[in-house]
Design a protein around this ligand. Sequence first.
Ligand SMILES: CSC[C@H]1O[C@H](OP(=O)(O)O)[C@H](O)[C@@H]1O
Length: 344
Amino acid sequence: MELNTIEWKKDTLVLLDQTKLPNDIVYVEVQTVEKVWDAIHTMIVRGAPAIGVTAAYGVYVAIQHFEGSVTAAKEEVQKQVQYLATSRPTAVNLFWALERMEQKALQIDTNDLEMFQDILLQEAIAIHTEDIEINRSIGEHLLTLLEDGQGVLTHCNAGALATTKYGTATSPFYLAKERGMSFKVFADETRPRFQGAMLTSFELFNAGIDVTLITDNMAATVMAQGKVQGVIVGCDRVAANGDVANKIGTLGVAILAKYYNIPFYVATPTPTIDLHCPTGADIPIEERSVDEVLKPTGQYVAPADVKVYNPSFDVTPAALITAIVTEKGIIEHPTEEKVRAIFN
Ligand SMILES: CSC[C@H]1O[C@H](OP(=O)(O)O)[C@H](O)[C@@H]1O
């Protein structure tokens, strides 16, 4: 069953509604910039790279039916870029994509509105197609760090559903299957939104990849039992010094990996590296609704009025990271100097 996280089809943005998985496969047409904002904010589409690609299309959707001068259209682009930037705060891919679309718009030298609109659409499509190659390349680099048959633990969903194909952390699993290799993947459920259970175990099982779902409190056990020889996670923003913001719970897994001397890899598209962000302490961490914790599947699992703290991400310091694995290469034992060098 081929699932498309994001599609540009018949001049319309179509998103797989990830809030309905794994029970229902529902695609939604997103035809206004407000609905693009809502799709990102409510996590119909989620995952740093997928958020970036969706935002890029969102900029085009905002002026798709615009009427007026190109100058006015450019002003509208700038206004809607600012609006889309408020949809979620942590994944830097959102801001990277919006900045790229805005710069493209401002550089277009034409008074022909249709030409202006088409050039912007082509830029969004380019961001979309580039994501596929980035993910495949990350997978190739990760495969050089792994051995066929190893147990690999992953947290949250940095899979095909978080991107446009392959995923980032899951890319080596898909490439391995194409080549007759196989890893034993352990996907933890990843409360409170259960991306590991609802998305990662779903997409890998659907792809015929060996995946075992574990609860969030089992990472230490599978490591202690020698079932895990590597950890691969995604990321939402990498600071210039190599600190990484990723789904809440990542820090705990990194600490356990350090204790059990298990390599901890962060699969990182370079658009997720924010050189303007000096350290992990400077990364804005999204806090989401208390209802995500109180009633994760609709029924209360705690008193309705109890206090809840629900940061959606945490920060793993560079010292706990064995390597940041990008499409451009591997940054072993990341430091600011090494992170900046990947762009040279
Ligand atoms: C390659 S996806 C990166 C990242 O995004 C996920 O967060 P969310 O599901 O809230 O968008 C998770 O942190 C993944 O690791």
